[in-house]
Ligand binder design. Structure first.
Ligand code: ATP
Ligand code: ZN
Ligand code: ZN
Length: 606
């Protein structure tokens, strides 16, 4: 059960970053006298400091601050340490230093944490209240390995009732080479950001007229969704899943049975109460909700037919649309939305089938990921926490079933030789789960999909099958969504491929570029041929030059451009240019059609 290694802390780099925060504050106060200081910590890729400035600051002023910082570094000022009793410390902070925010914090240290003394560091006449550690003198900071890169607003202590401060961020590393490498990586990540590419490649749009977090899928995005659904259909059909379809709105009662109300009500859109005659019966019990998940509906599908042990495992699948009232501040592009469509399925099993089916689901996840070439992920096994004082409200209180299901899931993982991290206390309320954690190009970790075991909810819904002995028994349920939601998964794929999708997934797979209008007819013939084969093809009939058309195809990251002119028409060939490859290749038309259809069918990444 090896786990991902944590990066060892670089103590020297921490000192450099932390010292740079001091030096930046010193520079800012020199350049803008009267500036008040907030906090200024070292962070993962550098440092920041929060300020109240006498005037607003713009990016254009960052180089001047950097320049001042380099002067301070060159001056080789030593950091000296001093502890003062609280009274003397406050006199200094409020008098000589004139720092109200620091004074507030010093009082808090004394009152809440019992500090009798306050620690100060001084360099070159600049005093900061701080516990260290620092470099010994400013010239120990590599002057060419840091860079101020952005400004942001930040409330004092992160509380919106407090003053708004200006935060200046800096990157800092041990060497200039490391800094340059990091800056390049950040820039590349920015180029791949799904919000940027999603707009440029016309994949989705979010409009005020529709609502926050409710993306519209433009034709290009809808094409990607279609391919993912087709993939899921094929994989799941072969794995014995059965498709179901369920409505988007549902009466209140089912969410009382499932336990979502009252627990999860905040995460749901408010109810529609149908009071008027002719619009349904009155009363809040007749309230309808937009469904936040598909589980209760699938349970009701299960309940609508009689089942024997011979029918199990029974696997219901649906690309189900759900709505969650996510906090406005948490919404982000496609990765966190309010309206989403989930690659969902619920599998009903006997206890004996549980482990094997759980493994089959894990293998299905892996098949999806290897198909997309996704390797930068790990699994996280979330367990319950029997010692949690709030365990009664957080988890179904059934220690025996927790023990059994956690044992089965752990065995399932171990037998597969999976690498995973343990996350005690993070289980779903109905059972343990395995989350698939991915790291984006910007280095952010998030859950892409999940595989969950549920030993509790089926009994709440009274689900049953007839066992070998003729007795009615409650099935276990596996909830799984290997491709998560279209929204989060496609956001991830956009960044993963940098918008240059493999042919099978590309919104437009082929653009035909006639050398001149004379060859439009030949172009049309190819277009018709490919469209008949269900290829997403376009014929470029614009009056732009050929060079422009090829460039346009590259900007749109179309995987295949076909250039056709006199030679091609006479010989019934096409000249194939692939995205990102310089050489072009002439091929017989029939051979190209055959090759393309194989490439798409096998979902080959060329
Ligand atoms: P999270 O912790 O990210 O809010 P969750 O645990 O509530 O997610 P599940 O109910 O397990 O999510 O949903 C399954 C999958 O749906 C998640 O793994 C994720 O990929 C996706 N998902 C969940 N919430 C959102 C959202 N608001 N926007 C886009 N995708 C989402
Ligand atoms: Zn310090
Ligand atoms: Zn579910």
């Amino acid at each position: 059960m090896p786990v991902i290694e944590e990066k060892p802390q670089d103590e020297k780099l921490f000192r450099i970053r932390h010292s740079l925060a001091h030096v930046m504050a010193q520079a800012v106060q020199t350049l803008y006298p009267g500036t008040k200081l907030g906090f200024g910590p070292a962070i993962d890729d550098g440092f920041y400091y929060d300020f109240i400035l006498p005037k607003p600051l713009s990016d254009a002023e960052l180089p001047a601050i950097e320049g001042k910082m380099r002067e301070i570094i060159a001056a080789a000022q030593t950091f000296s340490h001093e502890d003062l009793p609280l009274d003397a410390a406050l006199t200094r902070i409020e008098g000589q230093m004139g720092e109200p925010f620091k004074a507030e914090y010093a009082r808090e240290l004394a009152n809440k944490k019992g500090h009798r003394e306050i620690s100060f560091y001084t360099n070159g006449g600049f005093v900061d209240m701080c516990e260290g550690p620092h470099v010994s003198k400013t010239s120990d900071i590599p002057a060419d390995a840091f860079k101020l890169h952005s400004l942001a607003g930040a409330y004092w202590r992160g509380d919106e009732r407090n003053a708004m401060m200006t935060r200046i961020y800096g990157y800092a590393f041990n060497t200039k080479a490391e800094l340059d490498e990091y800056v390049t990586a950040v820039e590349q990540a920015r180029q791949r950001d799904h919000r940027k590419l999603g707009a440029e490649l016309r994949i989705y749009a979010i409009r005020d007229e529709i609502g926050k977090g409710l993306p519209l899928w433009l034709p290009n995005g809808a094409a990607i969704r279609h391919e993912l659904e087709k993939l899921a259909h094929e994989m799941e059909f072969r794995a014995g899943y059965k498709k179901v379809a369920t409505p988007h709105i549902t009466k209140r009662g089912i969410y009382e049975t499932s336990g979502h109300i009252p627990l999860y009500e905040d995460g749901m859109y408010p109810p529609m109460v149908l009071e008027e005659e002719g619009r349904g019966a009155g009363g809040p019990e007749e309230a309808y909700y937009l469904k936040p998940m598909n589980c209760p509906h699938h349970h009701m599908v299960f309940a609508s037919e009689k089942h024997s042990y011979r029918d199990l495992p029974l696997r219901y699948t649906e690309y189900g649309s759900v709505y969650r009232f996510e906090r406005a501040g948490a919404l982000q592009g496609l990765t966190r939305v309010r309206g989403m469509t989930m690659n969902d399925a619920h599998i009903y099993v006997t206890p004996e089938q549980l482990k094997e089916e759980f493994q089959a689901v894990m293998q299905l996840h892996e098949r999806y990921y290897s198909l997309f070439g996704l390797t930068n992920y790990f699994m996280r096994l979330s367990l319950w926490d029997p010692a949690d004082p709030k365990r009664g409200s957080k988890y179904v209180d059934d220690p025996e079933n927790w023990a059994l299901s956690e044992r089965l899931v752990t065995e399932a993982l171990e037998e597969m030789g999976a690498n995973y991290k343990l996350s005690p206390g993070e289980a779903a309320f109905y059972g343990p789960k395995v989350d698939f954690q991915f790291v984006t190009v910007t280095g952010r970790e998030f859950t892409l999909s999940t595989n969950q075991l549920d030993f509790a909810v089926p009994s709440r819904f009274g689900l049953a099958y007839t066992d070998k002995d003729g007795k009615e028994k409650t099935p276990y349920c596996i909830h799984r969504a290997p491709m998560g939601t279209h929204e989060r998964f496609i956001a991830f794929l956009i960044e993963h491929f940098g918008g240059a999708f493999p042919t099978w997934l590309a919104p437009v797979q082929v653009v035909i570029i006639p050398v001149s209008d004379k060859f439009l007819a030949y172009g049309k013939k190819i277009e018709a041929l490919l469209r008949e084969d269900l290829v997403r093809v376009e014929l470029d009939t614009s009056s732009a030059t050929m060079g422009k058309k090829i460039q346009e195809g590259a900007t749109r990251k179309v995987p295949i451009l076909l250039v056709v002119g006199g030679k091609e028409e006479t010989e019934q060939t096409v000249t194939v240019r692939r995205y990102g490859i310089k050489e072009q290749k002439a091929m017989p038309l029939a051979g190209f059609v055959e090759m393309l259809s194989q490439e798409i069918k096998e979902r080959r990444h060329v």
